[in-house]
Design a protein around this ligand. Structure first.
Ligand code: ADP
Length: 479
């Protein structure tokens, strides 16, 4: 199949969170199954153009109420061919996402519709467009509406993946008309909320919908998980599937990772102690080989559970634990973490920035990684942690529940807790400490996590069969 993979970010070009990891690693896994996969992302100025050297590949126009907007396509070589789209709404400075919906709606309307125009300009007629998150919803919508009577796209099916449901691109409604998407009657058929959000446009019109773990797919139906969209999601439930994310096991391999002081695998796990000591030193912590060194690598967002973590971490540090945290985002959470470092010098270390090499040293050196998420569509942090021998201590929600086996099970790979409250979290840390005190059990726990297969192989095959399903739906709709 010819597959066009559309995303707002993709590693190694540009990455803000898990979407970037997925868009960087799923397309090559699909290509390995024999499909002709192309990845398309906006050509932001934030991309290191000198490093990737994208070459001009074509030009296109996006119809706009103020006259059409010109765009250009640049091709870069990666594991699959990558097309970067540039044009007036795509920022040439370092911005990726803005806080202004006016800016982001225009940016992603241009990108989504430009992607379709670019396919035509390049003569690439996809069998399936795999669109991701709210930024690409208009491409799905356009395919489902005017695309059905367009000979070029008539047979192109859509699969739309929701990586994080609350991010809907709400408030985009006023900008649809600029890009010719406000035409009745198609838009009038959508529920009212969907007419005002780019996610809604795609959600309601995609041939097949997926989200990034089976548990999250179930969780988004009841009122508390659906973020107000539960009625729509219930109506669409036959089309919605949960497919677990994988990780790029070549790019994330402690046996070859140049960011680490000492490389290791599950057989040479004892070498990891060197990384633990190096991490403590780099983080400015006092050397304390007996303390439990807890790591956190996270966007600082209310989703990630810092409201229950911060009070518990004070107690953790008071009672002799250590902490290395890396993250950026919400200023209130940044302040809360910075305060811990001030109160516990030498025991807590906080770096408020985005720093991938340092994240690797945390995964490869910390004893455990804390992930107390309020909700977690899939989560990659826990898989990266396990691969690098750090034991996840996580809330049993979404993809965390699907990828971590609690230590109470003989096959355990981590410590899970249920309640979203400080007591449940503190109890989980106590359980971790108890196992940590029995070195042999702890090492077995680390080893089992390291030996888990988190590669894309299984999930890529699932997407392949869902692409076929999407094509059947498309064919039925056309018939
Ligand atoms: P989300 O997509 O919600 O942010 P995930 O767990 O799916 O959460 O993915 C997060 C990804 O971003 C992981 O690869 C993690 O290592 C990385 N990450 C998060 N914060 C930072 C940071 N401050 N520096 C480097 N990498 C980070």
């Amino acid at each position: 199949m010819k597959v066009l993979f559309l995303a707002a970010e993709a590693a190694p070009f540009v990455k803000v969170g898990g979407l970037g990891d997925v868009a960087g690693s799923l397309p090559p896994a699909l290509a390995a199954l024999g499909h002709d996969v192309r990845l398309m992302i906006p050509g932001y100025g934030a991309i290191d153009w000198a490093r990737f050297r994208p070459q001009p590949a074509g030009a296109f126009e996006v119809p706009h109420s103020g006259g059409s907007e010109p765009g250009r396509i640049w091709e870069a070589e990666s594991d699959v061919p990558v097309w970067l789209l540039t044009g007036p709404p795509i920022p040439t400075d370092r911005g990726i996402y803005s806080t202004s919906i006016a800016e982001d709606a225009r940016k992603f309307l241009f990108f989504s519709l430009g992607a379709l125009s670019a396919c035509r300009a390049l003569g690439f007629r996809p069998d399936v467009i795999h669109a991701n998150d709210w930024h690409t919803g208009p491409a799905v919508y356009r395919l489902a509406t005017v695309g059905r009577s367009d000979p070029f796209f008539r047979d192109t099916a859509s699969l739309y993946t929701i990586h994080n449901l609350p991010y809907t691109g709400r408030g985009a409604g006023p900008y649809l008309a600029e890009y010719g998407l406000a035409a009745k009657p198609a838009l009038a058929l959508l529920p009212e909320w969907a007419r005002d959000s780019l996610l809604g446009l795609g959600l309601v019109t995609a041939n097949v919908l997926t989200t990034v773990s089976p548990t999250y797919a179930r969780e988004i139906h009841p009122p508390e998980g659906g973020h107000g969209l539960e009625r729509t999601l219930r109506a669409l439930r036959d089309r919605l599937h949960g497919v677990l994310n994988g990780i790029d096991v070549r790019a994330w391999d402690p046996a070859t990772d140049p960011a680490l002081r000492e490389r290791f695998d599950s057989v040479t796990l004892e070498r990891r102690a060197v990384n633990r000591a190096a991490l403590a030193e780099e983080a400015g912590l006092v050397a304390d080989p007996d303390a439990f060194l807890l790591g956190m690598v996270s966007r600082l967002d209310s989703q990630k559970g810092f409201d229950i973590a911060l009070p518990v971490l004070s107690g953790w540090l008071e009672s002799g634990g250590q902490l290395v945290a890396l993250g950026s985002g919400d200023p209130a959470i940044e302040r809360g973490l910075a305060e811990l470092e001030l109160r516990f010098p030498g025991r807590a270390s906080v770096r408020l920035r985005f720093d991938p090499p340092y994240s690797r040293r945390i995964y490869g050196g910390a004893d455990g990684i804390l992930i107390p998420s309020r909700y977690e569509p899939c989560g990659l942090t826990q898989m990266l942690a396990m691969r690098y021998g750090a034991v996840p201590i996580a809330r049993r929600t979404g993809g965390l529940a699907d990828t971590i086996i609690d230590v109470g099970d003989p096959d355990g790979t981590g410590v899970l807790f249920d309640g979203y409250d400080t007591i449940s979290l503190a109890h989980a840390l106590d359980r971790a400490l108890r196992v940590y005190a029995q070195r042999k059990s702890w090492i077995e726990l680390q080893r089992r996590g390291m030996e888990k297969d988190f590669s894309w192989d299984r999930s890529a095959a699932q997407y392949e069969s869902l692409y076929r399903e999407a094509r059947r739906y498309r064919g039925d709709a056309a018939g």
